[in-house]
Design a protein around this ligand. Structure first.
Ligand SMILES: [Zn+2]
Length: 401
């Protein structure tokens, strides 16, 4: 195994979540029990400090036909609108014609906000179903994996390139970085949005570790990767999305000086010492203790005769359920808005999905797997809370949408 970022061979196993199924693929009835399991191990690179998985599920399996839709979640769409408005105002205010490429554009939620501001947009999305949803909604979208070849196929350069929550799960990392540099017009801006490993550690949000997320970045580690490809970050801030994500602004190296808030965040990161092997060892110990606490709580409530439903069926929920070994005996169903998941079962633990609007009974406890939308969930479910239904959050994020 060599480091995906710096090619060092000095890697150390820090987090072992056992073998887990590909957690983005919710199962049809006939697939239950036939799903393959893969190792889920996080390694720490002593060379560049980037933490990463040691096993890569082939990208055709990972991203060929997923059922995750950005547009389903209101707070995510609002976040995307804020980013679009900010990028437009801060960097392209007076410009009449402006173009944007979105890598992993999903159902076009991010691009619609740019279209509303007069941008000429193009999405690249690997899932056929999702790309079709975007095209049908009037967002031009290529059904492809983004890399140098895809970029050259467009024959274009762009004023801005966006990558939200995909940058860390790209198998062809170096080809993608080269394509970003080549695809930016001079003075263009790359907007990179990624889960912040410092927040993951602080929140104990280990469920963000799954096969799709091949790499876990801090500012220090992503900046090393970008520099290797002639790109550098000049501004960034922490947004509450996904429990703590960095929104970073990147351009060709040497074009813009680092902002004050970026310098401040870099300093905070160094103070928190989260790029050290010690921080990862401590994190691993806290994950084990969290498992004991949650399994005790869930089995205790179940034994006391309480009915427990999962709230949300996010991909990350499967990491948690599989690592805890909690199945349909304890959690009867996972309640979900996304109708593409009707009739499906969670990979590994085989908990059936129930669609929120079709629910006939209510539980005593909602175990909230979609904890990153804590604020939105509590606000939307005041009536259930008043009825005495408990909402249990296994992760309580400092930053919540
Ligand atoms: Zn490395």
């Amino acid at each position: 195994m060599i480091c995906r970022v710096c090619d060092s061979t000095n890697l150390e196993l820090v987090i072992d979540l056992g073998h887990q199924p590909w957690c983005n693929h919710f199962l049809r009835k006939e697939e239950v029990g036939n799903e393959p399991f893969y190792p889920l191990h996080v390694l720490f690179c002593h060379g560049c400090h980037t933490s990463q998985l040691d096993f890569t599920v082939r990208k055709e399996i990972m991203f060929g036909d997923h059922t995750y839709l950005s547009g389903v979640t209101k707070s995510l769409s609002e976040h995307f609108r804020n980013v679009a408005v900010e990028v437009d105002r801060e960097f392209f205010g007076g410009q009449k014609q402006k173009s944007l490429l979105d890598i992993g554009s999903n159902d076009g939620t991010q691009l619609k906000h740019y279209q509303a501001l007069g941008w000429d947009v193009l999405g690249v999305e690997s899932s056929k179903t999702t790309a079709k949803i975007a095209n049908d909604a009037g967002v031009p979208t290529l059904n492809a994996f983004f890399n140098l070849e895809t970029l050259r196929g467009t024959g274009r350069q762009f004023d801005a390139i966006n990558a939200s929550g995909v940058f860390f799960h790209l198998e062809e990392l170096h080809s993608v970085c080269e394509a970003i540099r080549e695809g930016l017009r001079p003075g263009g801006v790359f907007v990179v949005q990624f889960l912040y490993m410092k927040s993951i550690m602080e929140n104990l949000a280990f469920d963000q570790i799954y096969h799709e997320h091949l790499l876990y970045y801090t500012l220090e580690t992503i900046e090393k990767l970008l520099l290797r490809h002639g790109l550098s970050m000049f501004d960034a801030y922490l947004a509450p999305i996904h429990g703590g994500s960095i929104i970073g602004f990147v351009t060709r190296s040497g074009k813009r000086p680092a902002s004050e808030r970026l310098e401040r965040m870099r300093a905070e990161e160094q103070r928190a010492n989260c790029n050290s092997i010690g921080a990862y060892r401590e994190f691993a110990g806290r994950i084990e203790r969290m498992k004991d606490e949650n399994v005790d709580y869930l089995t205790g409530a179940h034994d006391a005769g309480k009915r427990i439903f999962g709230f949300g069926a996010p991909v990350k929920g499967n990491t948690m359920l599989n690592y805890f070994g909690i199945g349909p005996k304890v959690i009867e169903c996972l309640v979900e808005k996304n109708e593409l998941r009707r009739g499906l079962y969670s990979p590994g633990m085989h908990i059936p999905i129930a669609i929120e609007s079709e629910l006939k009974e209510l539980p005593d406890i909602y175990y909230v797997l979609a904890w990153n939308f804590k604020k939105e969930i509590l606000a939307n479910n005041r009536q259930l809370l008043q009825k005495g239904i408990e909402f249990y959050f296994p992760v309580n994020p400092k930053e919540s949408a």
